[in-house]
Design a protein around this ligand. Structure first.
Ligand code: G16
Ligand code: MG
Length: 214
């Protein structure tokens, strides 16, 4: 029986993936780099500097570390303007119900987002108190697909990884859950999230009883 659930934030609970996309697109185009939805798919769940490196890999220019930090900061400033407009109305369908179902079933609930803006987003959405533990992305040495972030969450919740399940929309995130030894619920397209144990289109199709016994 599963005793804990660890959710990703971006693309699962709220569509900040859209805001990341818009902010990266503007940044990429300012550097003459083509950027589209398909490329953006590879950035989901990848941390800020890792994402920037992937974008700049197709530029003929070489960037110094200082230049890269300035570009990452510019992207983040744009992103912060976009998320400042968020409200509880930006919760994706089924998100609150899924969290409340987990709470009612007595599961511990964690959040594993590599976003350094996660606390701000939770606050804007008004759901901070629905989590027993939120991983501080600044304390994580290795981003997804490394299992570290899910293992840190499980440890903080006091539940062994085998008794946890994770919920993720990104290929890198599902890989992180599986590498942590947990059952993985993918949210999105089964053709993309092939490593997940089960894939649902959105949290509106979240069926807790299917995962706790898995
Ligand atoms: C999220 C997004 C990624 C983003 C990362 C870092 O990861 O999916 O696209 O690059 O956060 O965000 P920030 O620049 O705000 O620190 P996750 O783990 O929440 O899916
Ligand atoms: Mg995500």
């Amino acid at each position: 029986m599963k005793r804990a659930v660890i959710f990703d934030l971006d693309g699962v609970i709220t569509d900040t993936a859209r805001y990341h996309y818009l902010a990266w697109k503007r940044l990429a185009e300012s550097q003459g780099v083509h950027f589209d939805e398909a490329f953006n798919e590879h950035l989901k769940g990848i941390d800020r500097m890792g994402s920037l490196d992937l974008i700049l890999a197709s530029s003929p220019r070489r960037y110094t570390q200082e230049e890269k930090l300035a570009l990452a900061t510019a992207k983040n400033e744009h992103y912060k303007v976009l998320i400042a407009t968020m409200t509880p109305g930006d919760l994706l369908p089924g998100a609150v119900q899924a969290l409340d179902d987990c709470r009612a079933a007595g599961l511990k609930i964690g959040l594993a987002s590599v976003s350094r803006n996660a606390f701000t987003v939770l606050d804007r959405l008004g759901i901070t108190d629905k989590f027993d533990y939120v991983v501080d992305a600044g304390m994580i040495a290795k981003g997804k697909p490394d299992p570290e972030i899910f293992l840190v969450a499980a440890q903080a919740l006091g539940v062994p990884p085998a008794d946890c399940f994770g919920v993720e929309d990104a290929v890198a995130g599902v890989a992180s859950i599986k590498a942590a030894g947990m059952y993985a619920v993918g949210v999105g397209d089964p053709a993309t999230l092939r490593q997940a144990d089960v894939v649902i289109p959105s949290l509106a199709q979240f069926r807790l009883s299917d995962y706790v016994a898995a």
